[in-house]
Design a binder for this molecule. Structure first.
Ligand code: UD1
Ligand code: MG
Length: 511
């Protein structure tokens, strides 16, 4: 058995990416879950490289900071001036004099590259004992790319840049993808001899090939089956095209894995997301970051999930969720906003125009309508009446509200935290709850209603309201045909349909 080759990965990421017209370095632009350079590093990951060197230059601090987050094992090598791809590799190897074996060089802006393709390139290179192997592709439009020039026998002769090419070379459609495997020692030999005698006055890495050929060294070409893998990114139009290609690739993979995507064209799933079998994603939905969608869950239409876990059988409709957890068979939306650490247990419900932050909603509990739940713990099988606010912020600090299990809170309640509503307790509609409500108690905290009989007839005489009142009172002014207190017999809760028709105590209960 021959010694396994030691491998070193070199990613070229020092260029500015002028045509992106961005204050963000090109390689840091995001693409469905990773930055451009993040995708490239991911493609190289299975190589098991002993060292990873990333050549940084433009926006070096930003790129370094990003690398610390996504690839702490990588070493950034600073290229102060971008004197060409050959120069970039030269200074990378000068910074790592101990490197031997296989050096895999990847342009930092080729994000659709598959790990398998890099693996095949390197296996072919090492298998042949080649001095250098380039990844090539047949493309419909080679404009702007380096061309693979072969001799009469089909062997690689040189790689020529678009701007240095002859008319005959320009007609070639086999291009250099900017991904290579080299033998470290033989690469070092020739890197020192690169000239800048070309249209850009740069040290071209591609010139290494013609120099190795001249020295009689074996060089190879490995053809990528899918040319879209080799597409680079120079401006935001190309970035959008790459995004569509990657979307299609990701979506196809999930559909083949048993996930239903009802409208793949409008479904954008980050590479980092996971879905279980029989999950359904309806149209116009974005699943981002570390989001997970469980089996038989239905997400969409019009949903954005960021780092959000949706349990099996749950539904999320027309909603936005960030850092949230939706339990099994729970239901969210339409029009809900789940913020970080909103945690819904199984069968919990967060309905329409409801915002939840840093709160647990227990199994089977419901927050159906028009409510803000912040910094709260809600037990099991409780119901929060419509239009309630968990008043968590005193202007300086946040406080928690605790609602027990089987509680029924009235519509239009304010829970001024810190406050607790016990198990099985009720609260009256329109209450501002500032004191704890013991288990099983009815908490009532609102002004008592007072009706001033005949007020409209006296103070708004001649108006349509007064006329309507007169008709209702049977024309006999001052002889009311309706009960003297409008609140008599009215439920305290009132308003939230989900509260149910429990008969409630009347006015006297407000004492
Ligand atoms: C390069 C290839 C070309 C190939 C194409 C594939 C050369 C001379 N040409 O051209 O044959 O078809 O890629 O996309 O290599 N970079 C540095 N430092 C530098 C210069 C570049 O780090 O001094 C980085 C860039 O950030 C980029 C990569 O190297 O990630 C490629 O550089 P770029 O200028 O885009 O090369 P191309 O002109 O596209
Ligand atoms: Mg260039």
């Amino acid at each position: 058995m021959p010694e396994p080759h030691t491998r070193t990965v070199v990613v070229l990421a020092a260029g500015e990416g002028k045509r992106m017209k961005s204050s963000l370095p090109k390689v840091l632009h995001p693409l469905l879950g990773r930055t451009l350079v993040g995708h490239v590093l991911n493609a190289a990951d299975p190589l098991g490289a002993a060292r990873t060197l990333v050549v940084v230059g433009h926006g070096a601090d930003q790129v370094r900071a990003h690398l610390t987050g996504i690839a702490p094992e990588a070493t950034a090598v600073h290229q102060a001036e971008q004197l060409g791809t050959g120069h970039a590799v030269r200074i990378a190897l000068e910074a790592a004099p101990e490197v031997t074996g296989t050096v895999v060089v990847l342009n930092g802006d080729v994000p659709l590259l598959r790990p398998e393709t890099v693996g095949e390139l390197v296996a072919a290179h090492e298998g042949e004992g080649a001095a250098a192997t380039v990844l090539a592709a047949e493309v419909p439009d080679p404009t702007g790319l380096g061309r693979i020039v072969r001799d009469a026998t089909g062997r690689l002769e040189q790689i020529v840049e678009q701007r240095d090419a002859t008319a005959a070379q320009l007609a070639l459609r086999e291009i250099n993808a900017g991904i290579y495997a080299f033998d470290a020692a033989r690469l070092r030999d020739v890197l020192g001899k690169l000239s800048t005698d070309n249209d850009q006055g740069e040290e071209y890495l591609t010139d290494v090939f013609k120099m190795l050929v001249a020295a009689g060294e074996p060089v190879g070409v490995h053809l990528a089956v899918d040319h879209t893998e080799t597409l680079g990114c120079n401006d935001r139009v190309e970035l959008a095209a790459l995004r569509r290609l990657l979307r299609d690739r990701i979506n196809e993979r999930w559909m083949r894995a048993g996930v239903s995507l009802l409208d793949p064209e409008t479904t954008w799933i980050d590479v980092t997301v996971a879905l279980d079998r029989d999950a359904v994603v309806d149209q116009n939905t974005q699943l981002r970051g570390g989001s997970v969608v469980g089996a038989d869950a239905v997400v969409g239409p019009d949903v954005t999930l960021i780092d959000t876990v949706v349990g099996p059988g749950a539904t999320v409709v027309r909603s936005h969720a960030v850092g949230a957890e939706v339990g099994p068979s729970a239901s969210v939306g339409p029009y809900a906003y789940l913020r970080p650490d909103a945690r819904l247990a199984e069968r919990a419900k967060v309905g329409t125009f409801v915002e939840v932050k840093n709160s647990e909603i227990g199994a089977g509990s419901k927050v159906p309508h028009l409510t803000y739940v912040g910094d709260a713990t809600i037990g099991e099988q409780s119901n929060i009446g419509a239009a309630s606010v968990f008043v968590n912020y005193d202007g300086v600090r946040k406080h928690r509200t605790v609602i027990g299990s089987h509680a029924r809170t009235g519509a239009d309640n304010m829970f001024v935290a810190p406050v607790e509503v016990g198990d099985g307790a009720y609260t009256a509609a329109g209450s501002v709850i500032i004191e704890d409500v013991p288990a099983g108690a009815m908490g009532v905290a609102r002004a008592r209603q007072r009706n001033i009989e005949g007020w409209v007839l006296k103070r708004r005489a001649g108006t349509a309201a007064a006329e309507a009142a007169e008709r209702a009172l049977g024309g006999t002014q001052g002889a009311p045909a309706v009960p003297s207190s409008a609140s008599e017999g009215e439920p305290i809760h009132g308003g939230a349909e989900s509260v149910g028709g429990t008969p409630e105590p009347g006015d006297t209960a407000t004492e």
